[in-house]
Design a protein around this ligand. Structure first.
Ligand SMILES: NC(=O)c1ccc[n+]([C@@H]2O[C@H](COP(=O)([O-])OP(=O)(O)OC[C@H]3O[C@@H](n4cnc5c(N)ncnc54)[C@H](O)[C@@H]3O)[C@@H](O)[C@H]2O)c1
Length: 358
């Protein structure tokens, strides 16, 4: 495996929450390949076809734990037992439409779950770096034509987006109150940051109401792909793009704990900001068959129409930038879904990480 982090992750003790999910499974595979000791904390995977299950990553990492982040005492116990040095907190209820059905659970998981993870960090001396994953939807969406910057106000219309806005406020508060850079080395040894990605796509995601899984389900069933919001514009990016940003940031925070403990956007370049119809069309082109059906409903639940991220800060201060253009991102994503039924999925993921890096 190519190591763009100069052996940094080899032997590091890393705790990943949400490792059974889409992004968490890819992150665990990447970290495992780099020689990190990964402890994963999450709920059961959603289906037998999830990347977590097919790749078998749960059997390779140091510990694969089923636990609920809403249980604060349990989190402290797990942290005390495994003594992680770096924490990537991804566990969440991440779906906008589902959040209208289960708003209370969405808030409990996303907001109190994040607070519980921060409290576990506070109670565990071994933790030096905490990277808290929120989303592009944490910003107060004004449907503006320019991308959101890290210091734009938080907000959110639906329960999911606003719960992530609330997470950001909690993270900011914990950083000011308990992990203040001014007190680093005096009252604590923690560097805490929050990270916001765009609409992440890639192999192994089967979530409900997300465009790529919707496309694949329709293509596999030989049915037209139903598009609810054809004109909705999103910052699409391959899952390995934000993960590379989170990993680079954690490395920088480890080496300079007070220099990077703030909010960071890891979105795509403007040319990858496409509408839903264009993304589904790219999938059809890569598969070589399929058709789209516009099923937009004027009475549908509110979802943002226009959402973009400004990534100038990550580019200039971290030296991070997206590696793939929109076309390459669609090709790599399609590749996984074309091959997962017949190939070793762990090796497929490793091959995709190597392709991405080269
Ligand atoms: N996928 C995207 O487009 C996207 C974009 C921006 C931000 N994010 C954020 O990235 C993170 C990961 O998203 P994903 O797409 O991989 O989601 P996912 O639904 O595939 O995975 C979620 C993970 O969280 C775990 N989880 C959920 N509730 C939990 C609970 N109560 N206790 C313990 N674990 C729990 C699940 O078991 C799973 O491992 C989330 O925080 C999400 O908000 C995702």
């Amino acid at each position: 495996m190519i190591d763009v982090f100069d052996n940094f992750y080899k032997g590091k003790k890393i705790l990943v929450t949400g490792h059974t999910g889409f992004k968490g499974s890819w992150l665990s595979i990447w970290l495992h390949e780099l020689g990190a000791e990964v402890v994963g904390v999450g709920l059961e995977p959603y289906s037998e076809k999830d990347n977590f299950v097919l790749s078998g990553i749960g059997k390779k990492i140091k510990a694969d734990i089923r636990a609920d982040i809403r249980d604060g005492e349990k989190m402290k116990e797990i942290f005390a037992q495994y003594q992680p040095e770096i924490v990537f907190h991804l566990a969440a209820q991440p779906l906008v439409r589902l959040s209208y059905e289960i708003p209370v659970e969405t808030y409990e998981t996303n907001v109190m779950g994040t607070v519980n993870v921060m409290e576990a960090i506070r109670a565990t001396d071994s933790v030096k770096v905490g990277v808290m994953i929120t989303t592009d939807k944490c910003y107060d969406n004004k449907e503006q034509l320019t991308g959101y910057k890290e210091d734009d106000p938080f907000g959110g219309y639906d329960p999911y987006s606003s719960s992530k806005g609330a997470c950001e406020i909690a993270i900011q508060s914990w950083r000011r109150s308990f992990f203040n850079p001014d007190d680093y080395g005096k009252t604590h040894h923690v560097s805490l940051a929050s990270v916001r990605a765009g609409n992440v796509i890639g192999g192994g995601d089967w979530a409900k109401d997300r465009i790529i899984p919707d496309c694949i389900r329709a293509l596999e069933a030989g049915k037209p792909i139903e598009i609810r919001s054809p004109k909705a514009v999103r910052p699409w990016e391959h899952v390995l793009e934000p993960l590379s940003g989170y990993m680079l940031l954690a490395q920088k925070m480890w080496n300079d704990p007070t220099g990077y403990c703030e909010g960071w956007n890891f979105g795509p370049e403007m040319e990858s900001v496409l509408n839903v119809w264009e993304v589904a069309t790219a999938m059809i082109e890569n598969f070589g068959y399929g058709e789209l059906k516009d099923v937009s409903d004027p009475n549908a639940l509110h979802e943002a129409n226009l959402l973009m991220l400004d990534i100038t800060k990550a580019k200039t201060h971290l030296g991070w930038k997206p590696r793939l253009n929109a076309k390459q991102c669609a090709v790599l994503t399609s590749d996984w879904y074309k091959r997962y039924k017949t190939e070793d999925v762990y090796q497929l993921c490793v091959e995709e990480i190597e392709k991405f890096l080269s």
